[in-house]
Design a protein around this ligand. Sequence first.
Ligand code: SAM
Length: 282
Amino acid sequence: MVSQKQLKGPDVFGRTFAADEKSLLAIASRLEARAKHRFFQKVVDEYVNALELKGHESVLDLGCGTGAIARMIASRDDCKERITAIDISPYLVETGKRLASEEGLSHKIDFLTGDAHSIIELQGQFDVLIMHTLVSHVVDPVTVLQEARRLLRPGGRLVIFDGDFDSLTYATDAPDGGAETDRLQAIAGHTQGRVMRLMPRLLSDQGFSLEWSRAYVAADIGRADFWSSTLPALRVLLPSSGVMSELEASEYVDKLESASSSNTFFASCNFYTMIARGTIWD
Ligand SMILES: C[S@@+](CC[C@H](N)C(=O)[O-])C[C@H]1O[C@@H](n2cnc3c(N)ncnc32)[C@H](O)[C@@H]1O
């Protein structure tokens, strides 16, 4: 059986089940900050609006992290049922429970710990399954899609939102313009950097019919904005993934922050949402 524990490579978000507390704190802060940014709020609003929920649907947020997306959806008027939120990291799940309680949303979200490659006990229970930046971190996206089909009720819908991390770039003043540090960032923060390009075919192969898609560019030009909350996280996560020493990460981030202060920052990444309906059942 495939398990996230088989992960090879440095992706810190794919190893949250075994990460140290300093890394988990940096991950939790970044997840919370980006969820509050208008870009992510727009993305979530657009895909939830596209679902045209009637209010009775059962929703699963798989790879929920701190539950920021589950909380965003639970606060909407068109989501009346309890949301189930699952993550592989007990630390992030506990953080999610605490934040939901602080926001008065405990009664709307059930948090559980589990591996997206096998969530056997909840099969056939969901009308909507959301993977918001999960699939770029998993060991085996095909197994995760097969599991998604089993978790959904017949005709249920899968929402996948993720980055195309081969397009992620932070320009620097290095002779290569930042190409090598981009490569290190891509492997330090993701396992499946190109998976969204393959997704239409993977969905079709696994019995899903693609119904809706959107493309986004998260680009900060001049000053860091969406990417600004990533910079402090990089100081911790690049060394903890093993791709840079603490000193190298600190010098790299200092330069990015100084570029932002002098209005010469450039960072960009493409993101995509796809909504697909399960069509084939065993
Ligand atoms: C980039 S974070 C996204 C968190 C959340 N969806 C959000 O957007 O705020 C990726 C999350 O996937 C979780 N994760 C990675 N592999 C997983 C797996 N196999 N099963 C469940 N969760 C997993 C990590 O623990 C992490 O919380």
